[in-house]
Write a protein that binds this ligand. Structure first.
Ligand SMILES: CC(C)(COP(=O)(O)OP(=O)(O)OC[C@H]1O[C@@H](n2cnc3c(N)ncnc32)[C@H](O)[C@@H]1OP(=O)(O)O)[C@@H](O)C(=O)NCCC(=O)NCCS
Length: 508
């Protein structure tokens, strides 16, 4: 910061000798409307006496007419030079909990700088915000404790509770993982059956929501499925009378989370069909979550390999550390707001292309590239223009995204020309990014092969992000439960960098 102490200090300084009575110091402070008086011996600074010292003396029943300033002052105070930067003054004041520092030039007192002078300068934080600086985007900052899962970016590993998420996707159905996240334990066979049956029975839309859906999502509507989800979740909460998380117990909130995550696929697929002028397909409770999702979306039973591929994608995307939408859900829950409020906000966060909006863009890129031999030139041109290659790069992973690795395998097992093209483009893109963005370690993220898998399973592009949202709802719900169970309002601070206040408000 360029501002010098000379520009901020109060001058001339108000002084008194050490032999003056405390009452004189009090009179000077009152008269000049200041909080301290510098104690001098000729031109030399010998101390500083402040309002705080006067308070201390009063508390000790010192007689202000008799006791001298010298007895109560801070002797040999730290001083500043007039050309020192204001930042140095700030650091001195806050470090030692001083409020005033004499400014000395060439051995003589020339002014006093106070905390009040300093906070009037932009880029200097008000005292109350004696803050901790964190990196932009909160990268790497631990903001909560969680038992739900974690991402180890350097190792290319993530887990749900104590299990590798990828191993869960390989070994278990979605409902088992859902139970694990919500209840904390992986169910045994009987528990899994009863959990799956419980959630299968919660899929129907409540009548009020079903009634407004055609006007929200119908053929003329400009709303995307995610827009409908955002509004639909909000309506669901009010229709079902969900009360603030602050006012309900864990059991009631758990029941709400199951209902929500069970209804979301119904809501999304109904919105999609209505938009195309088709009748929504009612949910079936004899199908798994993934099978029922494809059933409601496509209006026919999907082949089992498609069901399993989509189910594995959904398992992989239930949770992923403190991503932006999960953080959003937790911030909202921390205010005590209801589950619908938290998830409505989370859907909003997920709708951004830097978070959930990339799989259809990754596929659009494959379309544009067209054939593998064009990939190198296309990527090179895009990166030189400053564009981001969709489906590549990740805030946390600095190696292969394990979800991408797993989904590459799923895509391979499904097969088809798109899969071959995707693998070619992946190879080329990694090479070109390594050359043009050296040291950034950019690899495919979940979105790249997710688009390929979903497309191959017949999911339309505008349902890619909604499909992601359908499983991420389970993760959000788990985080809402966890936040509500041990809550403290999340309320960070920001550094003010605008014009220095307080400035007089100009007349109109
Ligand atoms: C995911 C993403 C937002 C992470 O961003 P981030 O951690 O903030 O990364 P940064 O913005 O700090 O990028 C670091 C560097 O890598 C580059 N980079 C990151 N992702 C890139 C991509 N997909 N294509 C080209 N360059 C990329 C940035 O341009 C930057 O380069 P610079 O240092 O020369 O400015 C980012 O990688 C991205 O935009 N990817 C494409 C969108 C996407 O796939 N989103 C889905 C995420 S699951």
């Amino acid at each position: 910061m360029a501002t010098a102490v000379r520009e901020l200090m109060s001058a001339p300084p108000v002084t008194c000798p050490g032999e003056a009575p405390l009452s004189e110091a009090a009179r000077l402070m009152h008269h000049h409307e200041i909080g301290s008086v510098v104690v001098t011996d000729g031109p030399k600074v010998v101390g500083i006496v402040t309002e705080r010292d006067l308070l201390r003396s009063a508390a000790a029943h010192a007689d202000p007419l008799v006791e001298t300033v010298r007895l109560w002052m801070t002797a040999h105070p730290d001083v500043l030079g007039p050309e020192e930067e204001a930042a140095a003054a700030w650091s001195s004041l806050t470090h030692h909990h001083y409020r005033h520092l004499p400014v000395v030039d060439d051995g003589g007192l020339v002014g006093v700088v106070s905390l009040r002078d300093l906070v009037a300068v932009a880029q200097i934080r008000p005292a109350a915000e004696a803050g901790i600086d964190v990196p932009r985007g909160l990268e790497g900052v631990v903001v909560a404790e969680t038992g739900i899962g974690d991402v180890r970016g350097d190792e290319g590993f993530y887990h749900y509770r104590q299990y590798s998420a990828v191993e869960l996707a390989a070994a278990r159905p979605l409902e088992d993982v859902w139970a694990l996240l919500v209840d904390g334990v992986l169910p045994d066979a009987a528990g899994a059956r009863s959990f799956a049956a419980e959630v299968a029975g919660l899929r129907h839309l409540p009548p009020g929501l079903a009634a407004v859906l055609p006007s929200l999502a119908g053929p003329g509507s400009a709303a995307s499925p995610l827009d409908v989800l955002r509004t639909g979740v909000s309506l669901l909460g009010s229709e079902l009378g969900w009360r603030p998380t602050l006012d309900i117990g864990a059991g009631e909130l758990r029941a709400q989370t199951l209902r929500l995550a069970a209804v979301v696929p119904t809501l999304l697929t109904a919105a999609h069909r209505l938009h195309r002028g088709l009748e929504p397909v009612a949910p079936r409770d004899d199908l798994s979550t993934a099978a029922n999702y494809l059933w409601m979306l496509l209006g026919e039973e999907a082949p089992s390999e498609h069901v399993r591929a989509v189910e594995q994608y959904q398992i992989l995307t239930i949770d992923h550390g403190f991503n932006a939408s999960t953080f959003t859900a937790r911030v909202i829950t921390s205010t005590g707001a209801d589950l619908a409020a938290a998830v409505t906000g989370a859907v909003g966060a997920l709708s951004g292309p830097l978070h959930g909006g990339a799989p259809s863009r990754a596929l659009a890129m494959l379309d544009e590239i067209g054939t593998a031999d064009r990939a190198g030139a296309w990527i090179r041109e895009a990166v030189s223009r400053g564009d981001r290659v969709m489906g590549f790069g990740h805030r946390v992973y600095r190696t292969d995204d394990p979800r991408s690795t797993f989904l590459r395998g799923v895509a391979r097992s499904l097969g088809g020309p798109l899969v071959d093209l995707a693998e070619e483009v992946e190879r080329t893109t990694v090479e070109v990014l390594a050359e043009l963005k050296p040291g950034r370690r950019l690899y495919t993220n979940v979105e790249f092969f997710a688009g390929v898998v979903m497309h191959t399973c017949g999911i339309p592009r505008d349902m890619f992000t909604p499909t992601f949202a359908s499983s991420r709802t389970i993760g959000w719900a788990a985080h809402v439960l966890e936040q509500a169970a041990d809550n403290r309002l999340i309320r960070p601070a920001a550094r003010y960098v605008g014009p220095p206040p307080p400035q007089p408000v100009p007349p109109r």
